[in-house]
Design a protein around this ligand. Structure first.
Ligand SMILES: C[S@@+](CC[C@H](N)C(=O)[O-])C[C@H]1O[C@@H](n2cnc3c(N)ncnc32)[C@H](O)[C@@H]1O
Length: 414
Protein backbone atom coordinates (compact mmCIF):
# COMPACT_ATOMS: atom_id res chain seq x y z
CA UNK A 1 0.00 0.00 0.00
CA UNK A 2 1.44 3.42 -0.87
CA UNK A 3 2.16 5.01 2.49
CA UNK A 4 1.51 8.58 1.33
CA UNK A 5 -2.28 8.18 0.89
CA UNK A 6 -2.86 9.10 4.55
CA UNK A 7 -0.62 12.15 4.40
CA UNK A 8 -1.99 13.40 1.06
CA UNK A 9 -5.60 13.20 2.27
CA UNK A 10 -4.50 14.70 5.61
CA UNK A 11 -3.24 17.77 3.70
CA UNK A 12 -6.52 18.01 1.80
CA UNK A 13 -8.41 18.06 5.11
CA UNK A 14 -6.21 20.76 6.66
CA UNK A 15 -6.42 22.88 3.47
CA UNK A 16 -10.19 23.10 3.99
CA UNK A 17 -10.89 21.29 0.71
CA UNK A 18 -13.05 18.67 2.43
CA UNK A 19 -15.39 21.29 3.89
CA UNK A 20 -18.52 22.48 2.19
CA UNK A 21 -17.92 26.21 2.16
CA UNK A 22 -15.85 26.90 -0.95
CA UNK A 23 -18.69 28.02 -3.22
CA UNK A 24 -19.90 26.40 -6.40
CA UNK A 25 -16.96 27.07 -8.69
CA UNK A 26 -14.28 25.16 -6.85
CA UNK A 27 -13.67 22.82 -3.95
CA UNK A 28 -14.91 19.31 -3.32
CA UNK A 29 -18.52 20.47 -3.35
CA UNK A 30 -18.47 22.47 -6.55
CA UNK A 31 -21.71 22.70 -8.54
CA UNK A 32 -20.93 19.62 -10.63
CA UNK A 33 -20.45 17.53 -7.52
CA UNK A 34 -23.69 18.88 -6.02
CA UNK A 35 -26.02 19.00 -9.01
CA UNK A 36 -24.58 16.32 -11.30
CA UNK A 37 -22.44 13.76 -9.52
CA UNK A 38 -24.31 13.40 -6.24
CA UNK A 39 -27.69 13.47 -8.00
CA UNK A 40 -26.66 10.91 -10.62
CA UNK A 41 -25.31 8.69 -7.83
CA UNK A 42 -28.65 8.98 -6.02
CA UNK A 43 -30.48 8.24 -9.26
CA UNK A 44 -28.35 5.13 -9.87
CA UNK A 45 -28.91 3.70 -6.40
CA UNK A 46 -32.52 4.67 -5.77
CA UNK A 47 -34.54 1.75 -7.21
CA UNK A 48 -32.27 -0.85 -5.60
CA UNK A 49 -32.18 0.94 -2.28
CA UNK A 50 -35.96 1.10 -2.31
CA UNK A 51 -36.10 -2.72 -2.57
CA UNK A 52 -33.53 -3.03 0.22
CA UNK A 53 -35.53 -0.69 2.48
CA UNK A 54 -38.61 -2.78 1.74
CA UNK A 55 -36.74 -5.95 2.71
CA UNK A 56 -35.71 -4.27 6.00
CA UNK A 57 -39.33 -3.26 6.66
CA UNK A 58 -40.44 -6.86 6.14
CA UNK A 59 -37.84 -8.04 8.69
CA UNK A 60 -39.02 -5.26 11.04
CA UNK A 61 -35.56 -3.72 10.98
CA UNK A 62 -34.09 -0.38 9.98
CA UNK A 63 -31.49 0.06 7.24
CA UNK A 64 -27.83 -0.15 8.27
CA UNK A 65 -25.03 1.26 6.16
CA UNK A 66 -21.26 0.98 6.12
CA UNK A 67 -19.35 3.53 4.03
CA UNK A 68 -15.93 2.25 2.89
CA UNK A 69 -13.41 5.06 2.29
CA UNK A 70 -15.98 7.45 3.71
CA UNK A 71 -13.87 10.63 3.67
CA UNK A 72 -15.54 12.99 6.10
CA UNK A 73 -18.88 11.19 5.92
CA UNK A 74 -20.19 12.47 2.58
CA UNK A 75 -22.10 9.23 2.04
CA UNK A 76 -24.40 9.84 5.00
CA UNK A 77 -25.76 13.04 3.56
CA UNK A 78 -25.97 11.65 0.05
CA UNK A 79 -27.95 8.61 1.09
CA UNK A 80 -30.31 10.34 3.49
CA UNK A 81 -31.35 12.85 0.83
CA UNK A 82 -32.32 10.39 -1.90
CA UNK A 83 -35.81 11.34 -2.99
CA UNK A 84 -38.74 9.01 -3.45
CA UNK A 85 -39.42 9.02 -7.17
CA UNK A 86 -43.15 8.47 -7.02
CA UNK A 87 -43.75 11.48 -4.80
CA UNK A 88 -45.52 14.53 -6.31
CA UNK A 89 -44.05 18.00 -6.63
CA UNK A 90 -46.55 19.21 -3.97
CA UNK A 91 -45.13 17.00 -1.19
CA UNK A 92 -42.70 18.54 1.26
CA UNK A 93 -41.54 15.33 2.92
CA UNK A 94 -39.99 13.31 0.13
CA UNK A 95 -36.82 11.66 1.47
CA UNK A 96 -36.77 7.93 0.81
CA UNK A 97 -34.67 7.17 3.83
CA UNK A 98 -36.06 9.32 6.64
CA UNK A 99 -34.80 9.12 10.24
CA UNK A 100 -37.46 6.53 11.10
CA UNK A 101 -35.99 4.02 8.61
CA UNK A 102 -32.31 4.91 9.00
CA UNK A 103 -30.78 2.52 11.53
CA UNK A 104 -27.13 3.47 11.67
CA UNK A 105 -24.13 4.47 9.59
CA UNK A 106 -20.54 3.39 10.09
CA UNK A 107 -17.90 5.23 8.08
CA UNK A 108 -14.38 3.83 7.76
CA UNK A 109 -11.40 5.57 6.22
CA UNK A 110 -7.64 5.14 6.24
CA UNK A 111 -7.05 8.80 7.01
CA UNK A 112 -7.00 9.81 10.72
CA UNK A 113 -7.59 13.42 9.72
CA UNK A 114 -10.61 12.53 7.63
CA UNK A 115 -12.06 10.46 10.47
CA UNK A 116 -11.41 13.26 12.97
CA UNK A 117 -13.12 15.82 10.76
CA UNK A 118 -16.07 13.46 10.21
CA UNK A 119 -16.43 12.85 13.96
CA UNK A 120 -16.45 16.59 14.57
CA UNK A 121 -19.12 17.16 11.92
CA UNK A 122 -21.43 14.38 13.11
CA UNK A 123 -20.83 14.50 16.88
CA UNK A 124 -24.49 15.35 17.53
CA UNK A 125 -25.80 12.43 15.49
CA UNK A 126 -25.99 9.30 17.63
CA UNK A 127 -26.59 7.04 14.66
CA UNK A 128 -23.35 7.95 12.93
CA UNK A 129 -19.98 6.47 13.87
CA UNK A 130 -16.55 6.50 12.28
CA UNK A 131 -13.45 4.32 12.53
CA UNK A 132 -10.01 4.37 11.02
CA UNK A 133 -9.27 1.32 8.83
CA UNK A 134 -7.17 0.36 5.84
CA UNK A 135 -9.25 -1.44 3.22
CA UNK A 136 -6.08 -3.04 1.86
CA UNK A 137 -6.36 -5.29 4.90
CA UNK A 138 -9.99 -6.19 4.23
CA UNK A 139 -13.09 -4.91 6.00
CA UNK A 140 -11.33 -5.02 9.41
CA UNK A 141 -13.41 -3.33 12.15
CA UNK A 142 -16.54 -3.77 10.06
CA UNK A 143 -16.47 -7.45 11.09
CA UNK A 144 -17.15 -6.42 14.69
CA UNK A 145 -20.64 -5.37 13.55
CA UNK A 146 -23.55 -7.46 12.32
CA UNK A 147 -24.19 -7.64 8.56
CA UNK A 148 -25.01 -4.35 6.86
CA UNK A 149 -27.82 -3.83 4.36
CA UNK A 150 -25.68 -1.51 2.25
CA UNK A 151 -21.91 -1.66 1.73
CA UNK A 152 -21.41 1.73 0.14
CA UNK A 153 -18.26 3.22 -1.32
CA UNK A 154 -18.17 6.33 -3.47
CA UNK A 155 -15.99 8.71 -5.39
CA UNK A 156 -13.06 6.54 -6.22
CA UNK A 157 -12.21 5.15 -2.77
CA UNK A 158 -12.08 1.58 -4.12
CA UNK A 159 -9.78 2.61 -6.97
CA UNK A 160 -7.09 3.05 -4.30
CA UNK A 161 -6.89 -0.75 -4.07
CA UNK A 162 -5.08 -2.94 -6.57
CA UNK A 163 -6.86 -5.93 -8.12
CA UNK A 164 -5.83 -8.45 -5.49
CA UNK A 165 -6.81 -6.21 -2.56
CA UNK A 166 -10.14 -5.30 -4.15
CA UNK A 167 -10.93 -8.96 -4.78
CA UNK A 168 -10.05 -9.84 -1.17
CA UNK A 169 -12.26 -7.01 0.07
CA UNK A 170 -15.21 -8.18 -2.01
CA UNK A 171 -14.76 -11.75 -0.78
CA UNK A 172 -14.88 -10.48 2.83
CA UNK A 173 -17.93 -8.34 2.09
CA UNK A 174 -19.65 -11.34 0.50
CA UNK A 175 -19.02 -13.39 3.66
CA UNK A 176 -20.06 -10.62 6.04
CA UNK A 177 -23.17 -9.47 4.13
CA UNK A 178 -26.64 -10.94 4.48
CA UNK A 179 -28.76 -12.30 1.67
CA UNK A 180 -30.00 -9.31 -0.33
CA UNK A 181 -27.38 -6.79 0.89
CA UNK A 182 -26.44 -4.18 -1.69
CA UNK A 183 -22.88 -3.24 -2.55
CA UNK A 184 -22.28 0.12 -4.21
CA UNK A 185 -18.81 0.72 -5.59
CA UNK A 186 -17.35 3.54 -7.56
CA UNK A 187 -14.08 3.45 -9.49
CA UNK A 188 -12.16 5.66 -11.89
CA UNK A 189 -13.28 4.89 -15.45
CA UNK A 190 -10.48 3.70 -17.74
CA UNK A 191 -11.93 5.32 -20.90
CA UNK A 192 -12.48 8.82 -19.58
CA UNK A 193 -11.60 11.55 -22.08
CA UNK A 194 -9.53 13.00 -19.25
CA UNK A 195 -6.84 10.34 -19.86
CA UNK A 196 -6.78 8.71 -23.34
CA UNK A 197 -3.15 7.88 -22.55
CA UNK A 198 -4.50 5.09 -20.29
CA UNK A 199 -7.10 3.57 -22.64
CA UNK A 200 -4.77 0.94 -24.02
CA UNK A 201 -3.49 -0.29 -20.65
CA UNK A 202 -3.81 -4.01 -20.02
CA UNK A 203 -5.46 -4.88 -16.70
CA UNK A 204 -2.10 -5.70 -15.13
CA UNK A 205 -0.76 -2.24 -16.12
CA UNK A 206 -3.78 -0.27 -14.94
CA UNK A 207 -2.74 0.50 -11.36
CA UNK A 208 -1.04 3.76 -12.28
CA UNK A 209 0.24 6.90 -10.71
CA UNK A 210 -2.49 9.53 -10.27
CA UNK A 211 -2.67 12.95 -8.74
CA UNK A 212 -5.57 15.10 -7.60
CA UNK A 213 -3.64 18.09 -8.89
CA UNK A 214 -6.73 20.29 -9.26
CA UNK A 215 -6.57 20.86 -5.51
CA UNK A 216 -3.40 22.90 -5.97
CA UNK A 217 -4.36 26.57 -6.22
CA UNK A 218 -7.91 25.54 -5.44
CA UNK A 219 -7.30 25.02 -1.74
CA UNK A 220 -3.71 23.92 -1.32
CA UNK A 221 -0.66 26.03 -2.19
CA UNK A 222 1.81 23.26 -2.85
CA UNK A 223 2.26 20.46 -5.36
CA UNK A 224 -0.04 17.50 -4.77
CA UNK A 225 1.75 14.18 -4.43
CA UNK A 226 0.66 11.28 -6.58
CA UNK A 227 -0.39 7.78 -5.55
CA UNK A 228 -1.40 4.71 -7.56
CA UNK A 229 -4.98 4.41 -8.70
CA UNK A 230 -6.62 1.55 -10.58
CA UNK A 231 -8.42 2.68 -13.75
CA UNK A 232 -11.25 0.26 -14.50
CA UNK A 233 -13.20 -0.81 -17.58
CA UNK A 234 -16.58 -2.35 -16.82
CA UNK A 235 -15.58 -5.69 -18.34
CA UNK A 236 -12.51 -5.91 -16.09
CA UNK A 237 -14.70 -5.31 -13.03
CA UNK A 238 -17.15 -8.00 -14.17
CA UNK A 239 -14.27 -10.48 -14.33
CA UNK A 240 -13.16 -9.50 -10.84
CA UNK A 241 -16.69 -9.90 -9.46
CA UNK A 242 -16.82 -13.41 -10.98
CA UNK A 243 -13.55 -14.33 -9.30
CA UNK A 244 -14.75 -12.96 -5.94
CA UNK A 245 -18.04 -14.88 -6.30
CA UNK A 246 -16.20 -18.11 -7.02
CA UNK A 247 -13.76 -17.68 -4.15
CA UNK A 248 -16.40 -16.75 -1.59
CA UNK A 249 -19.01 -19.24 -2.80
CA UNK A 250 -21.51 -16.36 -2.67
CA UNK A 251 -23.33 -15.05 -5.74
CA UNK A 252 -22.45 -11.41 -6.41
CA UNK A 253 -24.88 -10.11 -9.01
CA UNK A 254 -24.07 -6.89 -10.90
CA UNK A 255 -27.31 -4.89 -11.14
CA UNK A 256 -26.24 -1.68 -12.82
CA UNK A 257 -23.22 0.23 -14.12
CA UNK A 258 -23.32 3.92 -14.77
CA UNK A 259 -20.79 6.41 -16.16
CA UNK A 260 -20.70 9.58 -14.11
CA UNK A 261 -19.01 12.80 -15.32
CA UNK A 262 -18.29 11.90 -18.92
CA UNK A 263 -17.06 15.28 -20.20
CA UNK A 264 -16.97 17.03 -16.83
CA UNK A 265 -14.38 15.10 -14.81
CA UNK A 266 -12.01 17.28 -12.81
CA UNK A 267 -9.02 16.45 -14.99
CA UNK A 268 -10.76 18.03 -18.02
CA UNK A 269 -9.80 21.33 -16.42
CA UNK A 270 -6.22 20.36 -15.50
CA UNK A 271 -5.43 18.79 -18.94
CA UNK A 272 -2.83 16.86 -17.06
CA UNK A 273 -3.35 13.59 -18.93
CA UNK A 274 -4.84 14.88 -22.19
CA UNK A 275 -3.51 17.97 -23.98
CA UNK A 276 -6.81 18.22 -25.93
CA UNK A 277 -9.00 18.35 -22.82
CA UNK A 278 -10.98 21.56 -22.37
CA UNK A 279 -12.05 23.12 -19.05
CA UNK A 280 -15.63 21.95 -19.43
CA UNK A 281 -16.13 21.36 -15.71
CA UNK A 282 -15.26 24.95 -14.93
CA UNK A 283 -17.72 26.35 -17.48
CA UNK A 284 -20.46 23.89 -16.52
CA UNK A 285 -19.95 24.91 -12.88
CA UNK A 286 -20.53 28.49 -14.02
CA UNK A 287 -23.88 27.54 -15.59
CA UNK A 288 -25.16 26.60 -12.16
CA UNK A 289 -23.83 29.70 -10.41
CA UNK A 290 -26.20 32.52 -9.41
CA UNK A 291 -25.85 35.93 -11.05
CA UNK A 292 -23.01 34.84 -13.27
CA UNK A 293 -23.32 34.68 -17.05
CA UNK A 294 -21.28 32.07 -18.90
CA UNK A 295 -19.72 32.50 -22.31
CA UNK A 296 -21.49 29.55 -23.91
CA UNK A 297 -18.86 29.22 -26.60
CA UNK A 298 -16.54 27.81 -23.95
CA UNK A 299 -18.92 24.88 -23.59
CA UNK A 300 -18.46 23.72 -27.18
CA UNK A 301 -16.42 20.52 -27.15
CA UNK A 302 -13.96 19.49 -29.82
CA UNK A 303 -13.44 15.78 -29.21
CA UNK A 304 -10.14 14.62 -30.71
CA UNK A 305 -10.40 10.93 -31.74
CA UNK A 306 -7.92 8.46 -30.34
CA UNK A 307 -6.34 6.11 -32.86
CA UNK A 308 -7.20 2.46 -32.43
CA UNK A 309 -10.28 3.06 -30.23
CA UNK A 310 -13.19 2.97 -32.67
CA UNK A 311 -15.80 2.05 -30.06
CA UNK A 312 -14.80 4.88 -27.72
CA UNK A 313 -14.49 7.34 -30.62
CA UNK A 314 -18.02 6.50 -31.81
CA UNK A 315 -19.43 6.99 -28.33
CA UNK A 316 -17.67 10.27 -27.63
CA UNK A 317 -18.27 11.75 -31.09
CA UNK A 318 -22.00 11.09 -30.87
CA UNK A 319 -22.16 12.59 -27.40
CA UNK A 320 -20.05 15.57 -28.41
CA UNK A 321 -22.24 16.36 -31.41
CA UNK A 322 -25.41 16.08 -29.31
CA UNK A 323 -23.87 18.26 -26.56
CA UNK A 324 -22.75 20.91 -29.05
CA UNK A 325 -26.17 20.87 -30.77
CA UNK A 326 -27.76 21.77 -27.47
CA UNK A 327 -25.26 24.55 -26.74
CA UNK A 328 -25.49 25.94 -30.31
CA UNK A 329 -29.26 25.87 -30.20
CA UNK A 330 -29.34 27.89 -27.01
CA UNK A 331 -26.78 30.38 -28.29
CA UNK A 332 -28.90 30.97 -31.37
CA UNK A 333 -32.12 31.05 -29.38
CA UNK A 334 -30.76 33.76 -27.08
CA UNK A 335 -29.68 35.92 -29.98
CA UNK A 336 -31.96 38.92 -30.74
CA UNK A 337 -31.96 37.77 -34.35
CA UNK A 338 -33.19 34.26 -33.45
CA UNK A 339 -34.86 32.68 -36.45
CA UNK A 340 -38.53 31.81 -35.94
CA UNK A 341 -37.95 28.41 -37.51
CA UNK A 342 -34.99 27.59 -35.32
CA UNK A 343 -36.59 24.61 -33.56
CA UNK A 344 -37.91 23.30 -36.85
CA UNK A 345 -34.37 23.20 -38.20
CA UNK A 346 -33.41 20.67 -35.53
CA UNK A 347 -36.54 18.52 -35.87
CA UNK A 348 -34.77 15.50 -37.36
CA UNK A 349 -32.16 15.27 -34.60
CA UNK A 350 -32.14 12.35 -32.13
CA UNK A 351 -35.48 12.26 -30.26
CA UNK A 352 -34.01 12.75 -26.79
CA UNK A 353 -31.93 15.70 -27.96
CA UNK A 354 -34.97 17.25 -29.64
CA UNK A 355 -36.95 16.95 -26.42
CA UNK A 356 -34.18 18.88 -24.64
CA UNK A 357 -34.18 21.57 -27.34
CA UNK A 358 -37.97 21.96 -27.14
CA UNK A 359 -37.69 22.37 -23.39
CA UNK A 360 -34.94 25.00 -23.65
CA UNK A 361 -36.98 26.82 -26.27
CA UNK A 362 -39.95 27.04 -23.88
CA UNK A 363 -37.75 28.17 -21.00
CA UNK A 364 -36.32 31.08 -22.99
CA UNK A 365 -39.83 32.07 -24.07
CA UNK A 366 -41.23 31.85 -20.55
CA UNK A 367 -38.71 34.01 -18.70
CA UNK A 368 -39.77 37.10 -20.63
CA UNK A 369 -42.24 38.09 -17.89
CA UNK A 370 -39.41 38.53 -15.33
CA UNK A 371 -38.65 42.23 -15.35
CA UNK A 372 -35.53 42.46 -13.22
CA UNK A 373 -32.73 40.31 -11.87
CA UNK A 374 -30.88 38.16 -14.39
CA UNK A 375 -33.10 35.39 -15.79
CA UNK A 376 -30.39 34.29 -18.19
CA UNK A 377 -27.85 33.64 -15.40
CA UNK A 378 -30.35 32.41 -12.81
CA UNK A 379 -32.94 30.50 -14.82
CA UNK A 380 -31.82 29.73 -18.36
CA UNK A 381 -28.19 28.77 -17.73
CA UNK A 382 -28.86 26.38 -14.81
CA UNK A 383 -31.43 24.66 -17.04
CA UNK A 384 -28.82 24.29 -19.77
CA UNK A 385 -26.72 22.61 -17.06
CA UNK A 386 -29.58 20.20 -16.29
CA UNK A 387 -30.13 19.62 -20.01
CA UNK A 388 -26.50 18.56 -20.47
CA UNK A 389 -26.76 16.39 -17.38
CA UNK A 390 -29.85 14.67 -18.90
CA UNK A 391 -27.82 14.05 -22.04
CA UNK A 392 -25.16 12.24 -20.00
CA UNK A 393 -27.86 9.90 -18.71
CA UNK A 394 -29.61 9.54 -22.07
CA UNK A 395 -26.40 8.41 -23.79
CA UNK A 396 -25.37 6.19 -20.92
CA UNK A 397 -23.38 2.99 -21.57
CA UNK A 398 -21.80 2.36 -18.17
CA UNK A 399 -18.56 1.04 -19.65
CA UNK A 400 -16.01 3.31 -17.98
CA UNK A 401 -16.23 6.32 -20.36
CA UNK A 402 -16.17 8.74 -17.49
CA UNK A 403 -14.31 9.97 -14.44
CA UNK A 404 -16.43 7.78 -12.18
CA UNK A 405 -17.74 4.32 -13.01
CA UNK A 406 -20.46 3.39 -10.57
CA UNK A 407 -21.54 -0.20 -9.96
CA UNK A 408 -24.44 -1.56 -7.93
CA UNK A 409 -24.19 -5.21 -6.87
CA UNK A 410 -26.42 -7.56 -4.92
CA UNK A 411 -25.38 -10.38 -2.62
CA UNK A 412 -27.34 -13.64 -2.88
CA UNK A 413 -26.93 -16.21 -0.14
CA UNK A 414 -29.95 -18.43 -0.73
C1 LIG B 1 -11.79 10.76 -3.16
S1 LIG B 1 -12.05 10.41 -1.50
C2 LIG B 1 -13.77 9.99 -1.43
C3 LIG B 1 -14.38 10.33 -0.10
C4 LIG B 1 -15.87 10.09 0.05
N1 LIG B 1 -16.23 8.70 -0.12
C5 LIG B 1 -16.73 10.96 -0.83
O1 LIG B 1 -17.86 10.53 -1.13
O2 LIG B 1 -16.38 12.06 -1.20
C6 LIG B 1 -11.24 8.85 -1.27
C7 LIG B 1 -11.18 8.42 0.18
O3 LIG B 1 -10.67 7.09 0.24
C8 LIG B 1 -9.82 7.00 1.39
N2 LIG B 1 -8.90 5.87 1.22
C9 LIG B 1 -7.88 5.75 0.33
N3 LIG B 1 -7.25 4.57 0.47
C10 LIG B 1 -7.90 3.92 1.47
C11 LIG B 1 -7.70 2.66 2.10
N4 LIG B 1 -6.73 1.84 1.73
N5 LIG B 1 -8.54 2.31 3.11
C12 LIG B 1 -9.53 3.14 3.53
N6 LIG B 1 -9.76 4.34 2.96
C13 LIG B 1 -8.95 4.74 1.95
C14 LIG B 1 -9.14 8.35 1.44
O4 LIG B 1 -8.59 8.63 2.71
C15 LIG B 1 -10.29 9.29 1.05
O5 LIG B 1 -11.01 9.75 2.16
Amino acid sequence: MPDNVQSVYGKFVSSGYYQKNMGGLRGKYDNIRKYWEDEITRFAIRPFLLDTIHACLMRLERLRVVDLGCGSGQGYELLTTIKKDEVGIDAHDHDMLGPDMFGNYLGVDISHDMVKQAEGMYSANEKVRFAQADLNEGIGVVKEHPAFDLYYSAYGSLSHLDDEKLENLLVEIAHHARDGSLVVGDWLGKFSYEWPCHWGLKPEESYKSYTMSWIKDNALHEEVESFPIRYWARDELLELFKRASKRSGVKIEPLRFLDRSVFVGRHMDTRQYNPHAQPIRNFTNMLHEDNLRTNLEHLLINYVPVEGFDEQNRYFERLQVAWNNIVHFLMERLSPQANENLLQRYSSVDEQVFYILKTLDRIVENVRWIEFGDPRANIIEPQLGYALRSLELAFQEGKGHSHGLLGVLKIHKK
